[in-house]
Write a protein that binds this ligand. Structure first.
Ligand code: FES
Length: 279
């Protein structure tokens, strides 16, 4: 468990939080901004960490924190089942429970001085965005930033304001956005992420790759990165699957001897290769 998680008094105790903003990202993704009763973010959280969100009478599930500031934190939630459908019905002012933070975090210290290649697809940008935001806050500590992002269509691009307006204006930052299907409202690249990644031919020298997205995309991108010469220890990904308790007790998230909620969700490819092939 991270140092921050240890400092919080009881990560199993949900705090009652209020929804203070809701942004409709796409037809099936909304970003919820929440604050606690004191008007603060419920707990300190590092990029890549997770929290358990509960909705009274419906259930709870683990989500990555996509952004946080002193007075709030944000979760981007895709409609995938009963709980997330209910969460999509929330209104500003409604109450939810939040507990956390859980898991490890992206290697924010070790990554300093490196160029960073962020690769994500669909809602996979949510955890990656927390690292990207952190890097922008400490911009001079890191090298060049490249952000490769893919979605099914223009309408499915999440965080459009960041992708198309805010981030392209940041120093030494390039956006590489692609969609699977073209449309009249999209003038950019059309095609899948893995070939687009290879086409861009990023040098592995002094560069870390950070990935999150649909398993098939990640699988193919890992092969592309290896072909491009990236060492396994310089490829970092985050897994978010089958989590329930968040504290290594329920056994829902173990792969071999590792628990994603404790040892992950962030792993290097070098670490993943040592796990049983259950992914
Ligand atoms: S979520 Fe329960 S053991 Fe990891």
């Amino acid at each position: 468990m991270s140092e921050i998680a240890k400092k919080n008094t009881n990560p199993l105790l949900p705090q009652l939080c209020k929804v203070i903003n809701i942004k409709e990202e796409t037809a099936d993704v909304k970003t919820f901004r929440v604050t606690n009763a004191k008007g603060h973010k419920p707990f300190a959280v590092l990029p890549g960490q997770l929290c358990m969100l509960s909705y009274l009478g419906v259930g709870e599930a683990m989500f990555s924190v996509t952004a946080s500031e002193e007075s709030w934190l944000e979760l981007a939630i895709k409609k995938t089942g009963l709980l997330t459908e209910a969460l999509h019905e929330l209104n500003i002012g409604d109450t939810v429970g939040l507990r956390g933070p859980y898991g490890n975090h992206f290697p924010i210290e070790e990554a300093k001085g490196n160029h960073l290649l962020f690769i994500s697809g669909g809602i996979g940008l949510a955890p990656v965005r927390s690292f990207i935001r952190y890097v922008f806050e400490q911009r001079t500590a890191y090298g060049d930033i490249d952000i490769v992002y893919g979605a099914r269509s223009y309408d499915d691009l999440v965080f459009k304001e960041d992708l198309l307006e805010n981030w392209p204006q940041k120093p030494h930052t390039k956006l590489h956005i692609t969609v699977d299907k073209g449309s009249t409202n999209w003038q950019g690249h059309v095609g899948f992420v893995p070939p687009y990644l290879e086409e861009r031919a990023f040098s592995p020298e002094n560069r870390l790759a950070i990935l999150c997205g649909p398993p098939i995309m990640i699988d193919m991108c890992l092969q592309s990165l290896s072909k491009m010469g990236f060492a396994d220890k310089n490829i970092i990904t985050t897994l978010e699957m089958r989590m329930q308790c968040g504290i290594g007790k329920c056994g829902r998230c173990n792969i071999g001897s590792k628990y994603i909620c404790l040892d992950g969700p962030v792993f290097t490819l070098e670490e993943l290769r040592q796990l049983p092939q259950e992914l």
